[in-house]
Design a protein around this ligand. Structure first.
Ligand SMILES: [Zn+2]
Length: 208
C-alpha cells in the first residue's frame, strides 16, 4: 500500500497489485488511468495495464478494510515479534510469507529469495521450524527486502521506477526465474515446483 498524505484528513491510497505503476513525467505514460497535474507542471500518473490496481481518496486510511485485515509490516517487526508470529503455524512457510493478512507486502519474488537465503525448503510447515531457523529466516527476509530497496526494485515483470526506468535488483536474485541453472551456493541445478499455486524455484540440496 502506498499512502500519500495530502492533509491531516485527506489521503490517496494506492495498491499497485500485479501490473500497476506510478509514473512521474510530462507526457502521458503507457496505460495511464489517472493523471494528477502537479503545481510544478509535472504529471503524476497511475498506470495499470490490467486494471487490477486500486486508487482511493480517503479521509482516514487506517479505517480501510484492506488495511485493517493486513498483517504487520516486515521491516517494523522485531526478531522476537517475527519468531512469535510464525511459531506453531501449520501452513507451509512460503505461502505463509505471502499471506498478506499474516504479514504484509511480501510477494513471490522476495518469498523465494528469503527461503533460499535461509536454507529452508519452501514447502516446510512453519511449525516444523525451530527458533534458530526462524531467526535465520527473519535476518534473510530483511536482507533481501533491504537489498531490493537499495537496488531500486525488481523489474522482473511489471515493476518500474517513478521515472519509468527499471529497478536494478534482477542481477542480485539468487533463485527467482533461475530454474535449472546451478545453485550459487552448491552448483546443484535449481528445481521449479508449484507451491500453493505459485511457481517456486529452490535448491534441492541447500533447502531442507
Ligand atoms: Zn544449493
Amino acid at each position: 500500500m502506498l499512502i500519500l498524505k495530502l492533509s491531516d484528513k485527506l489521503f490517496i491510497i494506492i495498491h499497485l497489485r500485479i501490473s500497476g505503476s506510478l509514473f512521474l513525467g510530462k507526457k502521458e505514460g503507457r496505460y495511464a488511468r489517472i493523471i494528477f497535474k502537479l503545481s510544478d507542471g509535472r504529471w503524476l500518473q497511475f498506470c495499470d495495464g490490467r486494471v487490477l490496481g486500486e486508487l482511493r481518496l480517503v479521509n482516514d486510511w487506517r479505517e480501510l478494510p484492506i488495511v485493517k485485515t493486513m498483517g504487520p509490516e516486515p521491516l517494523d517487526l522485531t526478531r522476537q515479534g517475527f519468531v512469535k508470529l510464525f511459531t506453531g503455524k501449520k501452513t507451509k512457510i512460503k505461502p505463509l510469507l505471502m499471506d498478506q493478512a499474516f504479514i504484509a507486502g511480501i510477494g513471490n519474488i522476495y518469498a523465494q529469495e528469503a527461503v533460499f537465503c535461509a536454507g529452508i525448503h519452501p514447502q516446510r510447515e512453519a511449525n516444523k521450524l525451530n527458533a534458530e531457523d526462524l531467526v535465520r529466516l527473519y535476518n534473510c527476509l530483511l536482507k533481501v527486502l533491504r537489498e531490493g530497496i537499495k537496488n531500486k526494485g525488481t523489474s522482473a515483470d511489471s515493476y518500474y521506477q517513478l521515472d519509468g526506468s527499471k529497478g536494478g535488483n534482477v542481477p542480485y536474485l539468487k533463485v527467482y526465474q533461475r530454474d535449472n541453472q546451478p545453485c550459487l551456493k552448491c552448483k546443484t541445478p535449481l528445481k521449479r515446483i508449484v507451491v500453493a499455486g505459485r511457481g517456486t524455484t529452490f535448491c534441492p540440496h541447500c533447502q531442507k
